[in-house]
Design a protein around this ligand. Sequence first.
Ligand SMILES: NC(=O)c1ccc[n+]([C@@H]2O[C@H](COP(=O)([O-])OP(=O)(O)OC[C@H]3O[C@@H](n4cnc5c(N)ncnc54)[C@H](OP(=O)(O)O)[C@@H]3O)[C@@H](O)[C@H]2O)c1
Length: 288
Amino acid sequence: MSITSLPGGTWKLGDSTVTRFGYGAMQLAGPWVMGPPKDHEGALGVLREAIELGVTHIDTSGAYGPHVTNELIREALHPYPGSLFIATKVGANRDAQGGWPTARRPEDLRKQVHENLQVLGVETLDLVNMRMGNAEGPEPGSLAEAFGTLVELQQEGLIRHLGVSNVTAEQVAEARAIAPIVGVQNLYNLAYRHDDELIDRLAADNIAYVPFFPLGGFSPLQSEALSAVAARLQSTPISVALAWLLQRSPNILLIAGTSNVAHLRDNAVGAGLALSGDDIAELDRIGR
Ligand SMILES: NC(=O)c1ccc[n+]([C@@H]2O[C@H](COP(=O)([O-])OP(=O)(O)OC[C@H]3O[C@@H](n4cnc5c(N)ncnc54)[C@H](OP(=O)(O)O)[C@@H]3O)[C@@H](O)[C@H]2O)c1
């Protein structure tokens, strides 16, 4: 499998072309995204397999571990292939209990950007998402000060592209009025479709939408309709959920997570499943 055969083809993310089938590295850290992986070599193997398959978009954050997924990415893949686009995010730290306290003062964000640069071993970050809200989701309120700090860091040459994450549609509009963004990363999947309108508006403006928890994250997607469609197509609910996202809109980029090489390979094939209009109509009823 290669860039030409990964399902979904490619998307122009700022000045780079990335495979729509990407990889989310969060699950490579230890339990609850804290500490090292149980299987260090296995984690390196998943990252190397993603590159072998032709994946050119990896999503990470300094908060994963903290720093663990960035360290693994560097160990597995540095010096990076020229085609690889690594997206990271800032806006939270970790505490000793594994919580995600927000850290969005200008000095916090500067520190996080410099830590990402140092741990990943790069001079410029391809994409930094300004993550807002909290674990329950987006919170209303201005992102201008936080996003403005990332704009300054971009002007200093430390960031190529900007994005926003865990945000409301109003916050997306606010960010876009301050500086161009290449993507929005929010919670979205077959069963959680709050962003349907936003996705369509972003698609019209060639801005990527990157769903996090595409498979339900820590609560795997479960639905009778999903299982029924999967059984009819002699496939799996996971493949159907990924294929549905790729068919939902051309600006959707997949960053499904896995810590398992076999699952990664299954997903790279399964996401290419062809869904008929009837399949999609049945699946659409899950989230509406
Ligand atoms: N911006 C944000 O606030 C935010 C928040 C959360 C996540 N994210 C990003 O979104 C990415 C994706 O989220 P996620 O990884 O948490 O959730 P996810 O992609 O919805 O689901 C990952 C889970 O699915 C399982 N899985 C994947 N493929 C499978 C297969 N073929 N068969 C069986 N199980 C399979 C994985 O287990 P195995 O390891 O056993 O395969 C893992 O437990 C993360 O990596 C992260 O980069 C961003």
